[in-house]
Ligand binder design. Sequence first.
Ligand SMILES: Nc1ncnc2c1ncn2[C@@H]1O[C@H](COP(=O)(O)OP(=O)(O)O)[C@@H](O)[C@H]1O
Ligand SMILES: [Mg+2]
Length: 620
Amino acid sequence: MTRVLHFLAGLLNRLVAMPDEDGSLVRHAPSVPIREIAHRFWPYARPYRFWLGVSFLLILLVPAITAAQIWMFKLVIDQVLVPKDFGPFVWIAATYLGLTILAGIVSFADSYLSVWIGQRFLLDLRTSVFRHVQGLSLSFFERSRLGDLLARLTGDVSAIETFVLSGVTRAVAYAAQIAVFAGLLFYLQWELALTALLVVPFVWLAARYFTRLVKQASREKRRRSGALSAVAEESLANAQLVQAYDRQETEVDRFHRQNVATLEAELAATRVKAVFSPVIDVMKVSVALTVIGLGTWELQQGRLTLGGLIVFLTYLGMLYSPIKGASRLTNSLFAATAGAERIIEVLDEQPAVADRQCGKPLGRAEGLVEFQYVSFFYGRNVRNALTDVTFTVQPGETVALVGRSGAGKSTLAKLLLRFYDPAWGSIRLDGIDLRDLRLESLRANIALVLQETLVFEGTIRDNIAYGKSHASERDVIRAAMQADADEFISRLPDGYDTLIGQRGRKLSGGQAQRVAIARAMIREAPVLILDEPTTGLDAESAQKILGPLRRLMSGRTTIVITHNLLTVHEADKIVVLDEGKVVETGIHAELLARGGTYAELYGLHRPPEPQPQLSAVQYR
Ligand SMILES: Nc1ncnc2c1ncn2[C@@H]1O[C@H](COP(=O)(O)OP(=O)(O)O)[C@@H](O)[C@H]1O
Ligand SMILES: [Mg+2]
């Protein structure tokens, strides 16, 4: 006997075992108490509390109507079938029909209302999580995996809906069903009811045991499916790289491994859930058989009518489903907490760059930009990306930043945009420290053109108008003309309505860059940052965008990071960076004469015979 029990216990253990650690790429979210989850997310449900109340009322009505319908059976058996009397049948049938119609109406209203509330809640929550993520600093996006973030915005947000709304609604529904049916059992025959309900604590204990396991399994499942989408996203986003280096098999391998890990977690979760149901079923059948046995005796004693016994069994059957449901509900609530934990983790993420409430608003700036002893390092990096960088750009001036790759030029641009704050020193616009400015006023004063042109999927018009809210059609066309883009756009079959594919695949490099220049143009900002705007282009395209760039730069404070000699020649000042430090400043001729880093950079790549069309050649 003990050996059999031992064997069964071992089997059960094996069935509900968790999968091994898979070295997943996504880390565990911290465990958060249920009370905190409710506290965090209830505000999103609060606007719907009236309709939630209505929905609760409907939920209470449902078991009452069902119980009445079942009671009709007792009447049919005891007053029609047993006495073989047709008389009462007509009114019983009419009542039954009426109840069925009522049940239909209530259940329609109930289902629709609860979905309506749930979807509204989801809409609000998802939008607000998205807004929060949009507000996070660049450092967050550099740290997190896009795929995992997407999984959180979709699946995990729905899990919270389960937790806060449908979960609670179902809990109320189950409680109402249990109260109604258990009450009726006691009303019919209290001794029999007591016997039948003795088993409830055991069902509950079993449920608690499984709940713990399911919580564990569900969390693992979510975590691993987050990792799966992260792997897929990374690999597909780099399709070109993958194919060029013929690494498809490696990618498939990586995807497969992550997929297997997901599968193991899924199977483990399924095993746990699947073992639970049969265990409950065995308990249920034993009780039903006991009741039939005892009920027959009660029937003989005349303490219960035939209709009473049948209806008793029916009510008893109705009772198990909410009890089982309630314990399952605790499971799905725990599964939902896993999702909620991952959302809370995102919501707790604070922007590294804080927009102070008391920040000064700034209208249109004059455009005086000052860097004073600016030092900066990235996250855990020990080496400074910038050290004691000091220079000033007068309003309307153009400063060229040059230096080897990795010297810290783009980092300076990111600091001026306040994607990060300097570790030491300060950056000022019109004499005001950037940290004292409203983020929004700072960025409204800056326009940006980068090396890798950022274009969105959408029409050319949308892409240009993105530079300024409420840009008019005239603004868009004027900007396009100034950027020398109007001509090629007009030649496209759909003109400004042409859809540029994802990441602008349908435009050539030079065309995309001119769209980007038009976007910067439309912004009409006094400060302009150009980060290697010609680097990705061939000599001819680079030459072609110089005109538009000059037009863009005129009258604006410009910081241009460049390898393009022509732009450097025209700069009012050149700042040479090396390993994060300013090593030289001056104009082209001075710096060449000095024979330092700049001369070295310039000399290294000096074209043998300077020719006009070669003046756009890039050097590093
Ligand atoms: N997001 C980042 N996280 C960590 N280190 C970075 C990051 N971006 C740049 N760096 C490092 O900071 C230094 C300066 O980079 P960057 O400003 O991009 O150089 P440049 O634009 O002059 O080529 C480099 O050593 C680079 O590796
Ligand atoms: Mg750079």
